[in-house]
Write a protein that binds this ligand. Structure first.
Ligand SMILES: [Fe+2]
Ligand SMILES: [Fe+2]
Length: 465
């Protein structure tokens, strides 16, 4: 199969000799990275996966069994909008750029590389999880997320190769060289250097960190650099499933815990082999706070420059009345911040609002079981490592703590070593290894539906014999 047939695309790859040549060099390195850092132990198995094959709203994805190394990572851009204009900032109303504007070249490259770096990072973080999957359905969902994060890397590498010449090629190689958690070549953003070793962490990550991804992509989808806008708009269609995996995963854990609490009447559900709700709360505290950091500092001149340049907007920019954002201020703890400098905080606000909806859904399950407990998001000041609140410690309600108070109480707020050990042990692989068809681990409930019209009792992953 020739290279352009191997890569599904809507960018007329067969006629773009320069891009083809660049990808010919990059592809073997990508495949090497996938075999070194992709899901460990399942590369020879048939997995029931969806593959993006077009950008048609109704039929963009094809579902079938595929071995992960044979997955057809493609390049898709949302269809062009006729006469698209820059939607915000200093160039508001001017025609959108089809080529990189020289004065914003470095800025754009940095935005693309930072986004691109998160994609392979998450695959690396999750690479051992397959061994402890609670069901074949979940195992398949993990791999679906992994191959699509791989495709998102392709999406960013496409932009680097097509629009940034030699620097773009170098950046593309470096995207394959950094490693999550490495001391000398770590991934760029901190939440992407934390290993994900248990499935509760995976569901939290896909709820909160992939949702950060959604908001970054929404902001980039507004970009006046049209190829970036079109690329990220298509990535958002895939991202929705990742967040579904997370939100419904936590919901199923919570449901199972509630069922066990009702059935046994035992207050100590750990004795019954379930995740107690206070531990779920601590995991929320951890992954929500790590994900908040990804939006950057509250007051940011970088964010202001991205906005002024028309490179990175707000989520759903058209819903705002004023696209210049030169007047008005953002209220931050009694201070007035010029709006453009507060763009990280504006995006973080949209994100938090969205996260609240997940909490509502989880709490509804608890309420249905008539259990007097509520999960909640911690205050945005809690456990921050970046920005105005990083210099001090706060409890989940946002009250300032002294260092001594924090050290004394942090195990109340965040999973302790003991909590992690309990969860890891609970979710350790069973004696038979991969789950059987239709079976589910004790600590999580079955999903209400399967994938693509298939029942839960379907062989989503066929182990090689
Ligand atoms: Fe992604
Ligand atoms: Fe994702």
């Amino acid at each position: 199969m020739s290279l352009y047939e191997r890569i599904p695309n809507n960018v007329d790859l067969s006629n773009d000799k320069r891009l083809l040549r660049a990808l010919e060099h990059w592809l073997p390195n990508y495949m090497q990275w996938w075999s070194d850092m992709g899901p460990e132990g399942f590369q020879a198995d048939d997995v029931y996966l969806r593959t993006a094959v077009s950008v048609e709203p109704g039929g963009w994805a094809h579902f079938d069994y595929v071995k992960m190394p044979d997955y057809r990572w493609g390049i898709f851009l949302a269809p062009p909008e006729h006469d698209r204009r820059v939607g915000f900032g200093d160039h508001f109303g001017q025609p959108a750029w089809q080529e990189v504007p020289g004065e914003y070249r470095n800025m754009l490259r940095r935005l693309i590389v930072t986004q691109g770096d998160t994609e392979p990072a998450s695959v690396e973080q999750q690479r051992l999880l397959g061994q402890s999957a609670p069901s074949l359905y979940d195992l398949r969902n993990l791999f679906q997320v992994n191959v699509e994060e791989g495709r998102h890397l392709w999406a960013m590498v496409y932009l680097l190769h097509s629009y940034f010449g030699r620097d773009g090629r170098e950046e593309s190689e470096e995207l394959l060289e950094r490693r999550s958690g490495s001391d000398d070549k770590p991934r760029i953003l901190e939440a992407f250097n934390e290993p994900i070793v248990d499935w509760l962490s995976f569901y939290m990550f896909t709820t909160f960190t992939d949702r950060d991804g959604k908001y970054q992509l929404l902001a980039l989808a507004e970009s006046g650099f049209d190829p970036l806008s079109r690329t990220t708009r298509f990535m958002l269609t895939e991202e929705a499933h990742h967040m579904f995996v997370g939100e419904s995963g936590v919901r199923r854990v919570v449901r199972r815990t509630c069922e066990i609490m009702r059935e046994t009447g035992d207050d100590d559900v750990r004795r019954q082999g379930a995740v107690d709700l206070p531990t779920v709360q601590k995991y929320i505290n951890l992954w929500f706070s790590l994900s908040l950091d990804l939006f950057g500092g509250e007051v940011s001149s970088n964010a202001a420059s991205f906005f002024s340049a028309g490179m990175k907007g707000r989520a759903q920019e058209p819903k705002y009345a004023d696209h210049m954002a030169l007047e008005g201020a953002y209220q931050m703890g009694g201070e007035q911040i010029p709006l453009r400098n507060a763009m990280n905080e504006v995006l973080r606000d949209s994100y938090i609002e969205d996260c609240e909806k997940c909490l509502e859904r989880w709490n509804r399950v608890i309420a249905e079981h008539e259990i007097p407990y509520r999960l909640s998001l911690p205050d945005r000041r809690f456990h921050r490592h970046i920005g105005a609140y990083s210099a001090h410690s706060f409890d989940p309600q946002g009250h300032r703590l002294t260092v001594e108070q924090w050290n004394e109480r942090c195990d109340e707020f965040l999973p302790s070593e003991k909590d992690f050990a309990y969860v890891r042990n609970l979710m350790a692989p069973g004696p038979k290894g991969t789950p059987e068809i239709g079976k589910i681990a004790h600590w999580i409930s079955k999903p209400t539906t399967g994938i693509h019209g298939m029942p839960f009792e379907f062989e989503y992953v066929r182990r090689e014999q």
